[in-house]
Design a protein around this ligand. Sequence first.
Ligand code: ATP
Ligand code: MG
Length: 414
Amino acid sequence: MNYKAPRGTHDIFGTNALAMSLLEQQARVIFKKHGFEEIRTPLFEDAALFMRSIGQTTDIVEKEMYIFEDRKSRKLALRPEGTASLVRAFIENRLDISMPAGRFFYIGEMFRYERPQTGRYRQFHQIGAEFLGNPSPAADAEIIILAQDLLFSVGIKEMDVRVNSLGCEKCRYLFREALVKYFCSVRDLCEDCVRRLEKNPLRVLDCKTDSHKFTGVPRISDYLCDYCKDSFNLVLSLLESAGCNYTADEKLVRGLDYYTRTVFEIRSDAVGSQDALVAGGRYDNLVGELGGQNTPAVGFALGSERVLLAARNTGFFDSFQESEKIFIAIADQELFNEAFSFAVKMIRNGLKGGKDISVFGPVNGKSLTSQLKFADKIKAVKTIVFAKTEFENGKFLVKNMKDKTQVEVLIDEL
Ligand code: ATP
Ligand code: MG
């Protein structure tokens, strides 16, 4: 065959598909407990929406977006993240009125043109939550705890929760000035840094090439106003009282422009160099900037593939409840119709006792031996054999595929 999945994309099947859907299923249960409601937005949006909200000098907008024109020359983009779409939907559908609790979650594919490696793909899945309309540091703390609960649900216990505050515009203005002054004194900044220094000096802090050179760099904590300082301390003390182990990390700036005050990441070293499993923060200005009523907000996004990589050795992958496979075989071809309708009935009604089962067969035109071989291949636990003499007496044979013993059972008994 001449076709391959596009670079950086994957087919998800078998155990990985089971793991992904169990993760999503558990996430839905946890979201419900925290009062979050689902929202599904389009996979593509007006490209300008992302440019405007994520920021022109961010990695996503500078080099990672899949942008295309449709047949009417509209400039669209495959969504690289969920927050911008959600805020657009919040404003457009007046969700502040119809869903006043303001707690939303989303689950789905995101697209970024990146260099593919373990835990970094061009199409990947995120599970994210956004808490709109609540300015309290308690909302920040709840969002962090909620993200942590999702990781606990797949057995991840070792995690590194990093929290920082980027302050409000006022604190950031002063910090920015100090940063520019400082960075101008650093030699040999990389090309990206030089460019960003002009437009967005905060992003220089985030540079993966240069950050080791930044000794004595100004600290944001020295520039926080009293309100920002107090809210940050309250977030930290709420986390502490909820038993969340965190590290306050002044180096954490995050790659998206819309954040204000709290930003956080949850990392795990089980994923190698792509170690951020969850990232998020507060973005009090975005709703207003996109044309809505000023609405404070805080949220996070979790990368499902990375989380599942980190859950490889936690026992999560051994926890799938596999259903018992039952194969329906026919020893005599003329019983095919009866066997078929029995299989349908069994699928609809299940077994007595309510055990989880999956039903396979019957197949026609195959010898009993080859039917039994197939039953072994799919790891059927039992095979129910329709044979003429037994069937005429209202019975069939139930074969235990492990020890190959068989018993006659009355048809009504199953
Ligand atoms: P990174 O620094 O690793 O590039 P990011 O800051 O770009 O991450 P966010 O935009 O905050 O990441 O996305 C939140 C989460 O989504 C990340 O912590 C990660 O788990 C996941 N994620 C981001 N980009 C990818 C990708 N290309 N492939 C797989 N997962 C990703
Ligand atoms: Mg990135």
